[in-house]
Design a protein around this ligand. Sequence first.
Ligand code: ZN
Length: 100
Amino acid sequence: MSAHAGLRTSVLRNRCPHCGHATDRVTAVDAGRGPEGGDLSICVACGEWAVFADDLTLRKPTGDEFIAIGKDALCRRARAAWVKAFEPPPTPPASPGPGT
Ligand SMILES: [Zn+2]
């Protein structure tokens, strides 16, 4: 476990339930502690939300949880940060070829 600029990182091997990406650590953005059952996680590989089960494995959120995530300001900011950091920019439209 380490702390940097108010963030707390813990070693925890897991697998994203959406894309299967293997993770080896988690960083808490607001709690100042390691994850607990019911906490949310955003996958660094695919940007999807997951929920920590009581045994700290990850599962996909239920429909009601997805709605709550969408309404939560911190979740929206975290997702926006992921998009800014990891999502590739949109591909510009193809320019017309010669003679068009
Ligand atoms: Zn993922």
